[in-house]
Design a protein around this ligand. Structure first.
Ligand code: HEC
Ligand code: HEC
Length: 340
């Protein structure tokens, strides 16, 4: 072979390898993330184009805690975590808006979101709304950031940062926000006993006596449906209940059933935060249910004309049971706290 041919071959090899490097630059580098939960949990459905990975979950975590996400938008200076505190099960003690912040717990198994179900679908859909409409994220800030381009490349093999990828990362993080290590879970797994008081409260909860389980069943402690539990008897058109979304008068006064997991940490209670203590909530179900056209039939079924008629002790026991739903590991887990 002549020298010039060699030269040409070398040139070709160099250009081929540099070409390959360019492709590599945008290649993902992921490790699968295994989410552990008890076998009495429903199957976790994960979209095939967004499998859980270590890199995706970590990126979602960072975005969740980063005020950069709101910079220049209507929620300037906030991060998701400024209204969703880990110590409160990713809820917050009280809000200026008068609406109660829903906790971020086991939302991977929900398809209805927000108190009135304004958002529907899988987490990717919901996060797209949070990113584009709620925060109005300026994606240029993420692109110009010192670390995000690299993190997006690793997690998704993309040199671009788009709303869809930000939503995907957040969706992975939300799947990671899984709580299944309460005292009640240990009891279900046969690892721990409940006290007499807790057991008594549990019986009220899971039998016709209290009827709580119809809407707050095992294991999620919510059916993720909408009900009118008799908080008010008169429909107020300024309150954005389920009917505000569906347009149906049959949905008036209805709201999403919140999970009771970690409920001890999510005061104030109900969509408008009207109750501060669990005792007040129990008293509502016990004696203050107000009738209206759309009230859930369980609230007023035969035998409940005068409420649940629980004794003082039974009410305390019910509260004691509700507190067995607290997952201290979840709220203290440092792998769920701020990475900054
Ligand atoms: C200014 C406070 C605030 C900030 C910041 C905030 N949230 Fe929320 N979030 C709320 C409130 C209040 C609710 C309940 C509102 C409702 O249902 O109408 C809620 C509810 C939610 C829900 C629905 C939960 C359920 O059970 O249906 C999701 C999902 C959510 N937030 C995600 C996010 C994400 C993601 C971010 C960051 C991009 C974020 N939030 C930032 C206040 C906030
Ligand atoms: C018919 C369905 C249904 C039944 C039965 C039911 N709940 Fe609820 N629960 C709901 C809904 C819906 C809400 C939210 C209502 C709202 O804000 O307007 C709620 C809210 C709560 C809350 C407040 C949680 C929070 O984070 O704000 C607690 C605590 C609670 N229920 C406990 C109970 C107990 C204890 C029982 C049994 C005595 C019970 N529930 C029976 C549907 C139900």
């Amino acid at each position: 072979m002549t020298r010039s041919v060699w030269f040409l071959l070398v040139l070709l090899a160099i250009s081929a390898s540099s070409c390959k490097e360019e492709v590599d630059e945008c290649e993902a580098n992921t490790h699968p993330y295994q989410l552990q939960f008890p076998d009495y949990f429903p199957i976790l459905e994960v979209p095939s184009d967004n499998p859980l990975t270590e890199e995706g979950v970590q990126l979602g975590r960072r975005l969740y805690y980063d005020p950069l996400l709101s910079t220049g938008g209507p929620r300037e200076g906030r991060s998701c975590s400024s209204c969703h505190f880990q110590s409160n099960s990713f809820s917050v003690p009280s809000t200026a808006s008068g609406s109660s912040v829903l906790p971020h717990v086991n939302l991977a198994w929900s398809r209805n979101f927000l108190w009135n179900g304004k958002l529907e679908g899988i987490l990717e859909d919901v996060m797209l709304f949070e990113v584009n409409d709620f925060f109005e994220v300026d994606f240029n800030l993420l692109k110009e950031d010192a670390v995000y381009p690299e993190l997006f490349r690793k997690a998704f093999g993309s040199c671009e940062i788009t709303d869809e990828l930000v939503a995907k990362a957040l969706a992975q993080w939300f799947r990671r926000l899984k709580s299944s290590n309460s005292k009640f879970d240990s009891y279900l797994k046969g690892e721990e006993q409940l006290t007499d008081s807790e057991l008594n409260g549990m019986t009220t909860f899971f039998t016709e006596k209290g009827d709580c389980f119809h809407c707050h069943g095992i294991p999620l402690m919510t059916n993720n449906e909408f009900h009118n539990i008799g908080l008010d008897s008169i429909y107020d058109p300024t309150v954005k209940d389920r009917s505000y979304i569906s347009g149906s008068p049959y949905d008036r006064l209805k709201f999403k059933t919140p999970t009771l997991r970690n409920v001890e940490l999510t005061s104030p209670y109900m969509h408008d935060g009207r109750f501060v203590t669990l005792e007040e909530v129990v008293e509502h179900y016990n004696s203050q249910v107000k009738r209206s056209m759309t009230i859930d039939p369980i609230m007023t079924k035969p035998g409940k004309e005068y409420g649940l008629q629980l004794t003082e002790e039974e009410k305390q026991n019910l509260v004691a049971f509700l507190k067995t739903l607290t997952d201290w590991e979840f709220v203290n887990d440092t792998s769920l706290s701020s990475p900054f």
